[in-house]
Design a protein around this ligand. Sequence first.
Ligand code: 5GP
Length: 140
Amino acid sequence: MSASYDDNNIFAKILRGEIPSFKVYEDADTLAFMDVMPQSAGHTLVIPKTGSRNLLDVDPAVLSKTIPVVQKIAIAAKKAFAADGIQIAQFNEAASGQTVYHLHFHIIPRFDGVALKPHTGKMEDMEVLKANAEKLKAAL
Ligand code: 5GP
């Protein structure tokens, strides 16, 4: 059985402003910000503001607010980074690869013939993340 939601996770801290992030979009229900260990240029995370561990325990009413933002960011990311495609990833519990237990969707720009960098691999340069956040915001 899965554990319950714990608001000490890193994304809850980002939502509370306790740790910094490069935000690209925010509304009353949802936040989007750059992943610090991007698997490709422009890798962005979309999270609901209401806490749930993942897709398995989220309130469908919350999910219905999150998914349109996933689409919005995916469309903007394709344009901003001139991507050939956009990969959406979402993991549920450790066995599937989840490492942060606040529901999030990965928006990962993909480029023909370019392999993905490893999941939670290497921390990106902060200036690069800042520049990519600006590019994405400009495309929104
Ligand atoms: P998961 O493995 O849970 O699907 O993905 C968690 C994601 O959060 C990873 O892609 C990882 O790079 C990213 N991440 C981990 N810590 C931080 C952080 O402090 N800030 C941001 N912006 N992303 C983080």
